[in-house]
Ligand binder design. Structure first.
Ligand code: FER
Length: 290
C-alpha cells in the first residue's frame, strides 16, 4: 500500500518535471522545416459574406492532421501585420509546417487555425500605400467583421467548439494590437489571447482594460516582443499595467527584432499552451531563466 502511494506520488512529480522540461524556451532547429515523414494538416481558402463590409472576404483555414468532421475542435484566430493579408502567415510564418511538426511530437491539442484578412475594407489587398489612414483604420473595423461575420461562418462550416474556452486569438504587430484590443475587449468571447510584437494600434492600458480584474477570467494572456524591436514600449506598458493590477500573464522578451524569426518562435511556444491547463507563473519563470 505504502509503496503504491509512493509510486503514484513519484509518477505525479515526474510528470510535472517532464512537462516543465519539454516546454523549450526557444524553438529547436528544424521546427519550421517540412518533414515529409509526418502527417500533414490541410489548408483551405474560404470565402465568406461580410455584412459588416458589404463584400465577400477571404481567409485561410488550417485543419490538423487526422482531422475528422465528426469531432469538435477549438479554434485559434491568427492575425497578420500591416503589410500582409490572409496569406502572410502562411507564406512567411509557415504555421502549417510548425504545427504539423508539433502534432507529430504530440505537443498540441488538436485545433483549427483560421488566418483571416484583418484589413477590413472593400479593397483589402496589401497594395499601394499600406500606411494610408483608411487602411490603418480598417484594422480596427475588423473587430466587427471577425465577431459578426467570420466567427459565425467558421462555426457553421467547421465542426468547432463554440464557447470562449475553446476560442483563442493571437497575432503579430498590427495583428498583435488587434488581438489585445479585441481579445481583452471581448473576454466573454476569447479565453486565450496572444499579442506578438504588438503595434501602436494597441489601445492604452486604461482603455484596453478599464476593469483589470476581468482579465483574471482568461486562461492565457501572452505578450511577447523581440528585445531589438522598436515597438517594445507597447508590449511593455501593457505588461506593466497588468503587473500593477496583479493580473496573471506571460511577458516574454526574446532575442530578436520585428520579424518572422521572432513570430515563428512565438507561434511555436504559444500554440503548445493552448486549450490545456497552463500555469502562467511557471512558464514566465521558465522563459526568464538562462
Ligand atoms: C506604426 C508602426 C508599426 C504603426 C503600425 C506598425 C499604425 C505596424 C507594423 C506591422 O504590422 O508590422 O506606427 O502605426
Amino acid at each position: 500500500m505504502k509503496n503504491s502511494i509512493l509510486l503514484i506520488v513519484a509518477f505525479l512529480f515526474s510528470g510535472m518535471f517532464t512537462s516543465a522540461q519539454t516546454f523549450e524556451k526557444q524553438a529547436p532547429q528544424g521546427f519550421d522545416v517540412e518533414n515529409k515523414e509526418v502527417p500533414h494538416g490541410k489548408i483551405d481558402t474560404i470565402k465568406y459574406e461580410s455584412k459588416s463590409i458589404g463584400t465577400q472576404r477571404k481567409a485561410l483555414v488550417y485543419t490538423p492532421p487526422g482531422f475528422k468532421k465528426g469531432e469538435k475542435y477549438p479554434v485559434l484566430y491568427l492575425l497578420h501585420g500591416i503589410g500582409g493579408d490572409e496569406k502572410e502567415w502562411f507564406k512567411n510564418g509557415t504555421p502549417q509546417i510548425i504545427l504539423d511538426n508539433l502534432y507529430a511530437k504530440g505537443k498540441l491539442t488538436p485545433m483549427i487555425v483560421v488566418l483571416p484578412n484583418g484589413r477590413a475594407m472593400k479593397d483589402d489587398r496589401a497594395t499601394g500605400n499600406i500606411w494610408e489612414k483608411d487602411k490603418v483604420e480598417a484594422f480596427a473595423t475588423f473587430e466587427k467583421d471577425l465577431l459578426n461575420d467570420l466567427i459565425p461562418f467558421i462555426e457553421k462550416k467547421y465542426p468547432v467548439k463554440k464557447d470562449r474556452e475553446n476560442r483563442a486569438i493571437a497575432g503579430l504587430s498590427m495583428g498583435g494590437g488587434q488581438t489585445l484590443n479585441f481579445g481583452l475587449g471581448n473576454i466573454d468571447k476569447f479565453a486565450w489571447v496572444g499579442g506578438f510584437s504588438s503595434a501602436p494600434n494597441t489601445k492604452e492600458p486604461q482603455q484596453l482594460l478599464p476593469n483589470p480584474d476581468k482579465a483574471k477570467e482568461l486562461k492565457l494572456l501572452w505578450i511577447s516582443c523581440g528585445d531589438q524591436d522598436g515597438l517594445m514600449p507597447f508590449s511593455k506598458r501593457t505588461s506593466d499595467y497588468l503587473m500593477e493590477n496583479k493580473i496573471p500573464h506571460i511577458f516574454y522578451v526574446e532575442p530578436g527584432g520585428h520579424d518572422f524569426k521572432v513570430w515563428k518562435n512565438d507561434l511555436f511556444l504559444f500554440s503548445q499552451l493552448l486549450f490545456k491547463p497552463v500555469d502562467q507563473e511557471k512558464i514566465n519563470n521558465l522563459l526568464k531563466s538562462e
